[in-house]
Design a protein around this ligand. Structure first.
Ligand SMILES: NC(=O)c1ccc[n+]([C@@H]2O[C@H](COP(=O)([O-])OP(=O)(O)OC[C@H]3O[C@@H](n4cnc5c(N)ncnc54)[C@H](OP(=O)(O)O)[C@@H]3O)[C@@H](O)[C@H]2O)c1
Length: 243
């Protein structure tokens, strides 16, 4: 078992915001476990970070596949014996263009499988390893679209964006953040939700105003919070957001 600097696992890190979160954590000297469901894409991304001098390892991890999640836990246990940072970034938005009344149930279920159940599965499996860290940090990459307050405010920029599966899955993810932070409130572990903002990625599209690199900023900040930092919160641009 190696003794090393902080160890971070970022799920869905082969591209987009997850890749940038991995890169920025790596630039802080944190050892990166780059989760990717496709081996080739994961290795390519991990190699790109290695070229930049970042210690990174590709880990095949499909967050919706139980055996894959259990294999990830065994790998982390054997290699490091703990996990300091878990960034639940993997997410999908397969219903972004659909009206709530016409979104097939199966589509909504698929979105929940990745954006909600997958996050719970990974977190539950890895929590015993995070409890071995002196200062565990869990970051759930959510969205302002999951804010019921913003979504019901006609003045909000998010008022007219209503993909039911995506938005509800992020509201549910935020509920997980609140519940887990409460359970862990007397431990050193901090659990927070982050909205990266609307970013130019495969999910966000070409017209988004932000780069993936700028979207990574708040998740990275939450992943590296000091002991007196917040837990059980929801943040964008390092500022609190309404639930
Ligand atoms: N982009 C935005 O504007 C925006 C705004 C708010 C929140 N977010 C959130 O930010 C996170 C990252 O989004 P993004 O824009 O970077 O999207 P992206 O470019 O589409 O990347 C999504 C990543 O998640 C991975 N993934 C999907 N399902 C997975 C699964 N079952 N197991 C493991 N990995 C899986 C993808 O892997 P493959 O390459 O194999 O598909 C990919 O690496 C998501 O949670 C998203 O909801 C994004």
């Amino acid at each position: 078992m190696k003794s090393s600097p902080r160890i971070a696992l970022v799920t869905g890190a082969n591209k987009g915001i997850g890749f940038e979160i991995a890169r920025q954590l790596g630039q802080l000297g944190i050892e990166i476990i780059l989760g990717a469901r496709d081996k080739h894409r994961g290795m390519e991304a991990a190699n790109a970070l290695l070229q930049e001098g970042i210690t990174s390892h590709a880990l095949i991890l499909d967050t919706t596949h139980g055996p894959s999640v259990r294999r990830a836990r065994k790998y982390l246990q054997a290699e490091f014996g703990r996990l300091d940072i878990l960034v639940n970034n993997a997410g999908i938005g397969h219903d972004m263009q659909l009206h709530p009344s016409q979104t097939p149930l199966d589509t909504i279920r698929d979105v929940f499988e990745t954006n909600y159940f997958g996050v719970i599965a990974v977190t539950q499996e890895l929590l015993p390893l995070i409890q071995q860290s002196p200062a565990g940090r869990i970051v759930n990459v959510s969205s302002s679209l999951g804010s019921l307050t913003l979504g019901s405010d006609p003045q909000s920029a998010y008022y007219d964006v209503k993909p039911l599966g995506y938005n509800a899955s992020k509201s549910a993810l935020n509920a997980f953040t609140v519940a887990l932070a409460h359970e862990l409130r007397d431990t050193p572990i901090k659990v927070n939700s982050a909205d990266p903002g609307w970013c130019r990625t495969d999910l966000g599209g070409d017209t988004a105003p932000l780069t993936a690199a700028s979207g990574a900023d708040t998740p990275v900040w939450l992943a590296t919070l000091p002991e007196d930092g917040p837990t059980g919160g929801f943040f964008a641009l390092r500022q609190p957001l309404p639930w």
